[in-house]
Structure formats: C-alpha cells, structure tokens
Design a protein around this ligand. Structure first.
Ligand SMILES: CC(=O)N[C@H]1[C@@H](OP(=O)(O)OP(=O)(O)OC[C@H]2O[C@@H](n3ccc(=O)[nH]c3=O)[C@H](O)[C@@H]2O)O[C@H](CO)[C@@H](O)[C@@H]1O
Ligand SMILES: C=C(OP(=O)(O)O)C(=O)O
Length: 509
C-alpha cells in the first residue's frame, strides 16, 4: 500500500517535472539535492517528508503537493456521464482582463457587469488593489466596481499576484499615461512556449515606450515627446498586442491608426468599452482601427463584456464527447461559426435559435441545442487562424472531439510551440494521439475512454480537454491541481454537475 502510494506520487512528480520542461538534474539543482535522489523519488523508492513534498510542489509550480486548506484543489470525476439541461455561457476571460486593465485609463468609477469570477481576474484585482484601487464585487451576479486612487502606488505592486497572470502585460499601454518610469513583473499565464514582449514593443515604441528586461521584470521608460507619426503596423495580428496599442492610443491626444489589428472578440469588447469612455474608434471588427484619443478620461462608466466563445466551445465539446443533448445558451455566434461549420462537416447535429444581442448591445448570441451524433474525422487537417478563422484557443477541443470520431484527424497548432504537446495526455485516458512534431498531432478515433489520474498540464484549454474526456470515461478519474482551469472558468465543475456530471472538488490534506 505504502509502495503504491510512493509510486503514484513519484509518477505525479515526474509528469509535473516534464510538463515544466525540467530534467531530473535541473530539478535536483532547484531542490539542492542530487539527480539520483530525484530519480529514486520518481521511481517511488524514496520516503518523502511533508516538507520535501511541499518544496517539490513549489519548485514545479504545479501545486500538486502542499499543506493546509489553501493548498491546490483537485477534481474527482465519476464517469461515464450523460449531460442534460441548459447552461449559460459566462462572460469571457480575455475581455474581462482587458477591461480591468482599461480601468487604469479612467479617473472615474468603472463598473463591469457579470464579470466571470475566475482566478485570472482575482489575481488582477489583487494587483489593482495593491497599487491603490478600491475594488468590490456587488451582488452575486459578478458585477465589479473599480475606483482608482488619485495617485497610483506602483512601487507597492503585488508582484506575486502579477506574475501569475498573463494579462499584466496589458498594464504597459495604460501605465504609459500615468508614469514616466515604472516596472512590471514578467507575465505568467499558460505555459505555451515563448511569448515575447517584442510584438508589444512594436506597438508601443511609437508612443515613446522603451522597455528593458531586467531580472524578473520589465523596466519601462516613457518619452512623452514621442508620438506616433505614421500608422502603427503590428508585425503579428495578436489579440493582446492590439489591446495594448488601443490602450496607448486611447489617451493619446490625436489620431492613431493601427494596422494588422486583431478583430477578435476581446478586442471588440475593449473597443466598445473605450467608446463608452469617449474614445472614438472607427473600424471595430476589422484589421484597421482609427482611434481618436481623449487625453483625460474621467467618466463613471458601466459596461457588460460579452460571452466567452471558448467557454461555449468547451460546453459544446462536453456535450459531443458525452453524447448528450443539452442547450448551451448565449453562444457568441460570430466567434463560433467556423468551429460549428467544421463540426457539422464531421457529423455533429444541433439546433440553433434566432440571434439576440448580448448586454454590450453589439455581440450576436444564439442558443445551441446539441444532439448525440456519430462523428467522423474531417477530410482536411484542422488549423487555427487569427479571427475570422478557427480560434486558436478552440483547437485543443478538436483533439478530444477527434478522438471520439471515427478515422484519423490531423491538428496543426502552428501558433504555440508547446500547446499541442499537452494533448498527448489524452493517451492516458485511452485515446490514440500521436505527436508528429511539436506542432502537429494525429488522432485516431473512436476511443474507448478509461478512467485515470492526471496532473493538469500548465495550459488552460488542454486541462479542460482532459476534464471533458474524464466525463466520458467509465470509472473514477482524478485531475490534479486545477488552478490552471480555475484561471479561466468560473465554477466549471459545479456548473457541469448541474447538468448531471459527478465531479467532486477535494484538497490533499
Ligand atoms: C489574454 C488573452 O487575450 N489571451 C489570448 C491572446 O493571447 P496573446 O495575444 O497574448 O497571444 P500571444 O501574444 O501569445 O500570441 C499568440 C501567438 O501567436 C503568434 N501569432 C499571432 C498572430 C499572428 O498573426 N502571428 C503569430 O505568429 C504569436 O507569436 C504568439 O506565439 O491571444 C491568443 C491567440 O489568439 C489566445 O491564445 C489567448 O487566449
Ligand atoms: C492561452 C490562453 O490564455 P492566456 O493568454 O491568458 O495564457 C487561453 O485563454 O487559452
């Protein structure tokens, strides 16, 4: 029994170490021990003290072992599940975090309606609180009020909270208007391979920003005399980089033209919000944005970010993989059309309601009712493109869908260096997933899912994909360290339980 337990812990440590891309020797360095000790631990041949377990958890940043009730949480999933009923899609993580950063532009009170209560938002609220914002949730629908201080206290920034977010990078654009020099910690978020600050510099240098990467943080200096004299041409059509350019342009006294802008959903929400603040923006939803800035913004503003297309895709995927009929309400259809067209090609049966408008007054929503369907592999490979293409964050869901479909499906994630690799975790649940190279996986279905225990990969969507496969697997599965899921989904387990899933949240000790 003890031996089994040690072997299991050893396997978990090995998986977490590999996910972090560390060799045994490197982990040994971090823990100031020998490589042979790590090898013994991973083989389950070494008794471990609680202290050592906690230190390993910390070194691997995987939270799979720690002490106390605030330790990592895990999910126990009893399958196989058939879902039924209806579920509402929540507002998007990616717009939510952009709007929290945009609140830095406003001297007035910003009220955001129905913000998803996710960990990425919680961390940003800690950061905003640390520099002087007063933030509070109002009611139980996720309304959030943000009141800025007269002066930001940037020296007091909560570095630990900031480092756990990806979105901290979006402080660059707004803070340029508030301070001549400042520091922000390196962004964290999903571990998807190199995501450098360089595209952001292309966007922000024309506004006078220079950034020096120092030990652990970006040191920014702003030359207020420098103004964009030509259109800003983004070197890649990234979402966050477009948002940073918009946040810089919003208070620039003059017109900024941004070319090769991303027209994706979170960028649109940010544009609609900035418009409410009095910034004029032409070209919303296109790749050329013309922004007439407002040097001083002091508006008590209210805005409701739109629904999350990635959460919509997640829920539809859960229905497909569990062969269930459910209604997913409030699907932002403009951002799901290509995914649905492809699913139809694969044999997915569903109904969609008439369109109606989201609370932001712009985004078109529909309700989608799924039906158990017999799926087959698509003829061509599946690859993402910047909007309006198949969303890169939706690609991982096609892995678990392809595993239920008959035939071979090729997924090509040309964007992220690391994300496709995490999809191979599905093999532990019985899927036939071959990694052809770091960007391409070949999936052969259908799959007879079997229950197992897995540590969440350090990437949000692949982690949810594993959870969905666990719903379909007969028996009890365990998914460890689900912070990465909670970073982007509000109460996912509870909301799936309301549809008939059996998922229990638990902690180690
Ligand atoms: C907080 C937020 O909004 N996060 C989203 C945002 O991250 P974000 O905008 O931060 O995306 P990244 O900066 O990571 O860019 C995505 C990757 O795509 C590459 N790239 C992108 C566009 C392009 O035209 N050419 C190109 O090569 C980049 O080099 C990078 O490797 O957009 C990503 C891509 O939609 C999504 O996965 C993230 O969920
Ligand atoms: C990659 C993602 O997030 P982030 O950019 O916040 O890491 C995601 O939302 O899937």
């Amino acid at each position: 029994m003890t031996d089994d337990y040690l072997t299991r812990i050893g396997n978990l440590i090995r998986d977490a170490r590999k996910h972090r891309g560390l060799t045994q020797a490197k982990l040994a360095d971090l823990l100031k021990t020998s490589q042979s000790a790590i090898n013994r631990i991973e083989q389950g041949q070494q008794n471990l003290s609680l202290e050592m377990l906690a230190r390993i958890g910390e070194a691997l940043d995987s939270e799979f072992v720690s002490l106390g009730t605030s330790g990592p949480s895990h999910l126990r999933v009893v399958g196989e599940t058939t879902l039924s009923g209806s579920i509402d899609v929540k507002s998007s993580k990616n717009a939510g975090v952009a709007l929290l950063c945009a609140a830095l532009l406003n001297e007035g009170r910003t009220t955001l309606r129905k913000v998803a209560r996710i960990e990425e938002v919680n961390r940003l609220l800690e950061v905003l609180g640390s520099i002087g914002f007063k933030t509070r949730w109002i009611g139980d629908e996720g309304d959030l009020e943000l009141v800025p201080p007269a002066e930001l206290d940037l020296d007091a920034i909560d570095v630990e909270a900031a480092k756990r977010t990806r979105s901290i990078i979006m402080f660059l654009g707004p803070l340029m208007h508030r301070a001549a020099t400042f520091e922000i910690p390196y962004a964290g978020g999903c571990s998807l391979g190199t995501r450098t600050v360089e595209p952001h510099m292309t966007a922000l240098r024309p506004f006078g920003l220079e950034v020096k990467a120092t030990e652990g943080s970006y040191h920014a200096t702003v030359d207020a005399e420098v103004r964009p004299v030509r259109p800003i041409v983004l070197t890649e059509r990234g979402d966050t980089v477009t948002e940073n350019a918009l946040l810089a342009a919003a208070r620039h006294d003059g017109v900024t033209v941004i070319r090769n802008a991303s027209p994706n959903y979170m960028v649109q929400d940010l544009c609609f919000f900035l418009t409410e603040l009095g910034v004029e923006i032409d070209g919303i939803g296109t790749t050329t944005l013309r922004v007439t800035g407002k040097p001083r913004i002091d508006v008590d503003v209210e805005y409701a970010p739109s629904e999350d297309p990635i959460e919509a895709m997640s829920l539809i995927t859960a229905a497909i993989v569990t062969e269930s009929s459910i209604t997913v309400r409030r699907v932002p259809i403009e951002f799901m059309e290509i995914e649905l067209a492809l699913l139809e090609e694969m044999g997915f049966k569903y109904d969609r309601s008439e369109e109606y408008l989201a609370a932001n007054g712009h985004t078109r929503l529909v309700d989608i009712t799924t039906y158990p369907s017999v799926l087959h592999a698509p003829i061509d490979k599946i690859h993402p493109m910047p909007f309006p293409g198949l969303n890169i964050d939706n690609l991982p869901f096609f892995a678990v869908i392809a595993a239920t479909a008959s035939g071979a499906t090729l997924l090509h994630d040309w964007v992220y260096e690391n994300r496709a690799i995490y999809l191979t975790d599905l093999t532990k649940l019985g899927a036939d997933v071959k990694l052809l190279d770091p960007h391409r996986v070949l999936i052969e279905g259908p799959t007879r899912w079997r229950a197992t225990e897995i540590v969440c990969p350090p990437a949000l969507r692949p982690a949810v994909v594993i959870l969905i496969a666990m719903l379909a697997a007969k028996g009890t599965s365990v998914l460890r360290s689900v912070y990465v899921i909670n970073r982007g989904y509000e109460d996912l387990a509870e909301r799936l339980n309301a549809l008939g899933a059996q998922i229990e949240t638990f902690r180690d000790i």
